[in-house]
Design a protein around this ligand. Structure first.
Ligand code: ADP
Ligand code: MG
Length: 272
């Protein structure tokens, strides 16, 4: 096949690849007799490789938006495209499969299994991927625990770890499936400021090195400042969007870069 002319190639490169696209998305909740309009006509594009924050006050619709992007919930109306796939009209099984392969989650309250060790928690989502065998699982668990600086804590259970360490286990768990997108719902809200900043910096480092797209929600101005793409939401509507930096990448070469090596020193305060 003939090579494309340089001006045509330039034209392709100029089109940013949206890894997350929402078109006129609405979401209601019914509580008894009452209907809550949680999202009202949300349209949004997030480019592959972005470090994007969804910022807004409590009750503004941040979690609802992340749950829809994460295919945990479905919209009342509108279209949601994840990594080019239209999520509309899919069965729960198909959505679960898209989620397992494309998306990792980090939660405000860490959501680790208390009876499982750090390494078992990281391994857990890999058990859903039939193509990942036992040896590959072991490799990935040790690789991602090392990246978050927790190799020495592999056998510890969540209640034997500080809040910051727990959130790092959750980051390793999110990374283990090598997803293109990591969604983090107020990941620093249950951490003191210094620990939260360390978690954000680790996420940013992973974003830079692996080109993993991060979408995190926050109501903390200091956390918003670290984003390169900021979406402001109020009362279920987008009130502003701003970019800090252009030129993102859409591939994610997980196997070519290492983020960290040795265990980090633990300075963060333990959570009760
Ligand atoms: P945020 O994460 O920004 O605090 P949410 O997305 O959790 O906001 O909530 C947006 C709105 O939807 C709020 O008014 C909230 O009370 C309502 N809401 C969220 N989840 C539910 C639910 N499961 N049932 C009823 N109302 C809900
Ligand atoms: Mg929320």
């Amino acid at each position: 096949m003939d090579a494309l002319a340089p001006e045509v190639l330039r034209c392709f490169r100029a089109i940013p690849m949206s890894i997350v696209r929402l078109e006129h998305v609405f979401k209601d909740y019914t509580l008894g007799e009452q209907k809550v309009q949680a999202l009202k006509d949300i349209s949004l594009n997030i480019e592959g490789g972005a470090f994007a924050a969804i910022a807004g006050p409590s009750g503004s619709g941040k979690s609802t938006l992340l749950n829809l992007i994460g295919c945990i919930d479905t919209p009342l109306a509108g279209k949601i495209f994840i990594d080019g796939h239209d999520t509309g009209g899919r069965t729960p099984d198909e959505l679960a499969d898209l989620r397992a392969r494309t998306i990792g989650f980090i939660f405000q309250t860490f959501n680790l299994f208390p009876v499982l060790s750090a390494e078992e928690n990281v391994e857990y989502p890999l058990l859903q991927l039939k193509e990942v065998g036992a040896a590959e699982r072991r490799d990935r668990v040790s690789k991602y625990l090392a990246i978050v600086g927790l190799s020495r804590f592999a056998r510890h259970r969540p209640n034997q770890l500080s809040g910051g360490q727990r959130q790092r286990v959750a980051i390793a768990r999110a990374l283990a499936t090598q997803p293109k997108i990591i969604l983090a719902d107020e990941p620093t809200a249950n951490l003191d400021h210094k620990t939260g900043e360390g978690i954000l910096q680790l996420m940013k480092q992973i974003n830079s090195n692996f080109k993993t797209t991060f979408v995190f929600s926050t109501h903390d101005a200091r956390v918003m400042e670290m984003a390169d793409w900021l979406v402001r939401i109020e009362d279920g509507q987008i009130t502003g969007e701003s970019a800090r930096e252009q030129g993102r990448l859409d591939d994610h070469p997980y196997n070519s870069v290492q983020v960290g090596g040795s265990d980090r020193s633990e300075t963060d305060g333990a959570q009760a």
